[in-house]
Design a protein around this ligand. Structure first.
Ligand SMILES: O=C(O)COP(=O)(O)O
Ligand SMILES: [Mg+2]
Length: 228
């Protein structure tokens, strides 16, 4: 039987990436003479990947750009962001220690994010976190992205896990919907990026700090199966 698996969202769950994501957003907007989006507003727009972030920012600033202009912003965004991906982004407190503990307890760990796969790998590599994960899957890894449950199911398969012994950890409505649709329990973190408070999204368990995670994971997906 395969090891139980924990699938993590990335932005707002494992790593506090908002400072670099928003600095890049506001840099590319400013280059187009569009006013920057206030930090707190932009923070709640994170979760769908780069393009939705740019599109939401343009709506917020009431700018209607054609597709080619949005494409150009997108390209500028990715070019700058990949060079500044870990300037200020850091794992949440306790995250690295807990990943170590969970790995030692026999859990397979994976990442299922709406960030692009190459940016996700680059970020986790820059923060020296890549080795924890059996799979790092982004919005372009498969033909579908979250909240399509198939993305989560394929991430689990890719990591060699089993969906009947899996739990997801995420920060947003998208993560809760994805896990529910896949029939997988969801642990919500309350420190990430969401305009709806995580407690209101009724996850199976709610955590405010990584150190609470191992005990709650064990309630949902025990490390060793009692079934022979
Ligand atoms: O980068 C984003 O906007 C989304 O990333 P997440 O799925 O890891 O939250
Ligand atoms: Mg997230």
């Amino acid at each position: 039987m395969s090891n139980p698996i924990i699938v993590f969202d990335l932005d707002g769950t494992l790593v506090d990436t908002a400072p670099d994501l928003i600095a890049t957003l506001n840099l590319v907007l400013t280059l187009e003479n569009i006013p920057p989006v206030p930090f707190e507003k932009a923070r709640a727009m994170i979760g769908g990947g780069v393009r939705p972030l740019i599109e939401e920012a343009l709506i917020e600033q009431q700018r209607h750009l054609g597709e080619a202009a949005v494409d150009a912003l997108f390209e500028q965004y990715v070019r700058h962001y990949q060079e500044h991906i870990a300037d200020h982004s850091r794992p949440y407190p306790g995250c690295e220690d807990v990943l170590e503990v969970l790995g030692a307890q026999g859990f397979t760990l994976a990442v299922c994010t709406n960030k692009y796969e190459s940016l996700s790998v680059r970020l986790l590599d820059a923060l020296d976190m890549k080795a924890h994960f059996a799979a790092i899957c982004g919005q372009d890894t498969f033909p579908m992205k979250k909240p399509d449950p198939e993305m989560l199911i394929r991430t689990i398969q890719h990591a060699g896990g089993d969906i009947s012994r899996a739990v997801m950890v995420g920060d947003s409505d998208t993560d809760v919907r994805t896990a529910r649709a896949a029939g997988i329990p969801i642990i919500g973190v309350d420190f990430g990026y969401t305009d709806i408070p995580m407690a209101k999204l009724s996850p199976d368990r709610l955590v405010s700090h990584f150190e609470q995670l191992p005990a709650l994971v064990m309630e949902l997906v025990p490390a060793t199966s009692s079934v022979n």
